[in-house]
Design a protein around this ligand. Structure first.
Ligand code: ZN
Ligand code: ZN
Length: 396
């Protein structure tokens, strides 16, 4: 029995040229982005070769050696670009927690591009999706659903997570300059890497006493620094829903962690952020170190950005009530654990009764579980519109 030409399935394009084109043009998808997104999770090794090279490039330190200036450059570029991840990709493009001009927005997108974490629009699309489906089966990087390693690194190697769904970030996709940077998302990293090489070569030629050169600066300033930057950022996906304390009873398992806040310049206050996404600061108190917020505050003095959004009074009151209940519960546990507290209870029964009454009162006055955290108006409108236009099938 013969099969006519029209009945035959069209041959699948060879993976090598397709992957090569996708390294340059990330919007190139022969089968269409919808089909890619509907595929099951699977590592696309060809597509990941640049990511593998990024990690393998760190081994270059064996050949290029080390110098103080190369190491300090790597450290400085880690923090300068971690600020771009958190202050720009996260707090501006994903949540619009402050305002800027169109030129300012473009400059911020360029700065964000040096992080080598793809374009601002791809980043914002996936991050908004995370907030909509946190710790549910549809969440691309929930450690509770997919395990630690998949949520840390696996999910970005999966074919289904490569495309950007522009229909769900229309508030950003209306700017062609942002779409261009998102589509050709290797352009900024390439220029950035070449610039580091150029600076290193110039230092080698004109300041030989520093003991560096182009290749050494490229390995430390680009490959080592960027690899650490990736894993520092990925800790939020893999660990911020596992490690730390929960202040707010959010519908996901987000947590607050001082250690993660140090690594990521403030993103460790993830439970605060899941409770209220629209504020520029993630650390709600002065002792919740949030260097990204201090940096954004400083940037606002230059007028590049403005309109930083505060944490509303109602949220701060809710935080105070939650902390009060937690401290009373800790005191109650201590009474059972430590004999000296039991003795104290006998000596001062009235004080113990007062403490228990206070704890009960605080629990009674706790507000009902909040609805999904309020997000910025245009983001909220975008989400609603998307839900109408593209109802999401729930995977169980
Ligand atoms: Zn967020
Ligand atoms: Zn989260």
């Amino acid at each position: 029995m013969s099969v006519s030409d029209s009945d035959r399935p069209s041959p699948r394009p060879s993976r090598v040229p397709v992957a090569f084109l996708q390294w340059i043009d990330s919007d190139y998808t022969p089968e269409g982005p919808e089909k890619m997104r509907s595929e099951p999770d699977k590592v696309d090794w060809m597509r990941c070769i640049p990511f593998i090279i990024l990690h393998a490039g760190c081994l270059g330190i064996i050949w290029v050696g080390v110098s103080s200036i190369a190491v300090w450059t790597a450290v400085a570029l880690y923090f300068v670009r971690m600020f771009a991840v958190t202050g720009i990709y996260h707090r501006y493009f994903s949540h619009k927690t402050y305002s800027t001009s169109r030129l300012g927005q473009f400059l911020l997108a360029l700065w964000g591009g040096t992080t080598v974490q793809r374009g601002a629009l791809w980043w914002a699309y996936h991050h908004r999706h995370h907030h909509q489906h946190s710790d549910e089966p549809d969440d691309a990087h929930s450690p509770h659903v997919h395990g630690f390693w998949w949520s840390h690194i696996g999910w970005i190697t999966s074919r289904r997570n490569f495309p950007t769904d522009y229909s769900k970030i229309k508030d950003l996709a209306k700017y062609p300059e942002l779409v261009w940077l998102n589509r050709f998302d290797t352009a900024v990293p390439l220029v950035f890497a070449l610039s580091i090489f150029g600076v290193g070569a110039a230092l080698g030629a004109y300041a030989p006493e520093l003991g560096t050169n182009g290749w050494q600066m490229l390995v430390w300033g680009f490959f080592v620094s960027t690899t650490f930057l990736f894993h520092g950022t990925a800790c939020i996906n893999s660990m911020a829903h596992l490690m730390g304390r929960r202040r707010f009873n959010t519908s996901d398992d987000s947590r607050n962690s001082f250690i993660l806040a140090l690594i990521t310049l403030g993103e460790g206050w993830h439970n605060n952020h899941h409770r209220y996404q629209s504020s520029t600061r993630n650390g709600f108190y002065w002792w919740e170190l949030d260097i990204t917020y201090y940096g954004l505050k400083a940037l606002s003095w230059t007028r590049l950005i403005w309109g930083l959004k505060p944490v509303p009074k109602s949220i701060m009151e809710e935080a105070a009530r939650a902390d009060h209940v937690t401290s009373i519960a800790a005191a109650q546990r201590a009474v059972h654990v430590h004999p000296e507290f039991s003795s104290l209870k006998k000596v001062f029964p009235a004080a113990a009764a007062f403490a228990v009454a206070t704890a009960s009162a605080a629990q009674a006055t706790m507000p009902p579980k909040p609805e999904d955290p309020a997000i910025h108006k245009d983001v909220a409108e975008q989400v609603q519109q998307n839900a109408k236009e593209n109802p999401q099938p729930r995977v169980i």
